[in-house]
Design a protein around this ligand. Structure first.
Ligand code: CDP
Length: 204
């Protein structure tokens, strides 16, 4: 069975948590496409040219340490605005989306560019303050020395760049279900996402 769940949204909106939970509930594979751009950004920080970095990307790059830092996130958002970088990464994402057994992909352009025919599309948002608070706690828990104000500034800079770029800007697909998680618990957000998936699953 091929079945694609596309989950997009701004930085730290909860899309990763929802994606992992939905993949677990339905036994689908999960791809965090942000990691692809982060891994490309990390190679660029190490001195490689952006387009070469995207073309040379290997599966093991996605498992590297240090992909979650704000510095790498900023580098990711900069390389992600380059059309040739995005083009180099399309085939892998589309292949993953159509693998047998179902797939959840989360990112910025999954429902609009990578998988416009996805069976389920969600756009997950939350207020800036809530997103910054969540990401700040994650970073502090994993040992980073950073203030909440610095996290908020990182999210805002990236969201603006991601939404305003010409190449595959971050935008909700016209047919996406918008899930605002500002005042929604993770359990409720996952329950709504799961309901949207169940409604589209082929009858067993
Ligand atoms: O985890 P967070 O939501 O903060 O970011 P991410 O999903 O890991 O993505 C990091 C950066 O990669 C984003 O700010 C985007 O610039 C870029 N990205 C993208 O352009 N397209 C995607 N499908 C996924 C990420």
């Amino acid at each position: 069975m091929q079945f694609t769940v596309a989950i997009d949204g701004p930085a730290a909106s909860g899309k990763g948590t929802i994606s992992r939970a939905v993949a677990g509930l339905f036994g689908f594979a999960h791809l965090d496409t942000g990691l692809i751009y982060r891994a490309t950004g990390k190679r660029v920080l190490a001195g490689e040219a952006p387009i070469d970095a995207a073309r040379d990307l290997r599966a093991e790059d996605l498992a590297a340490d240090g992909l979650r830092t704000p510095e790498v996130a900023q580098a990711a958002s900069q390389v992600a605005a380059i059309p040739e970088v995005r083009a180099a990464l399309v085939a892998f994402q589309r292949g993953f989306a159509r693998r047998d057994g179902g797939a959840v992909l989360d990112g910025r352009d999954i429902g609009t560019v990578i998988c416009p025919a996805a069976e389920v599309k969600l756009f997950v948002t939350a207020s800036d303050a809530v997103r910054a608070g969540r990401r700040w706690r994650e970073l502090v828990e994993s040992g980073h020395d950073i203030t909440e104000a610095e996290v908020l500034a990182d999210l805002r800079t990236r969201d603006k760049r991601d939404a305003e770029r010409d190449a595959a800007p971050m935008v909700a697909a016209a047919d996406a279900l918008v899930l605002d998680t500002t005042a929604l618990s993770i359990e409720d957000a996952v329950a709504r996402a799961a309901e949207a998936v169940r409604a589209r699953l082929p009858a067993a």
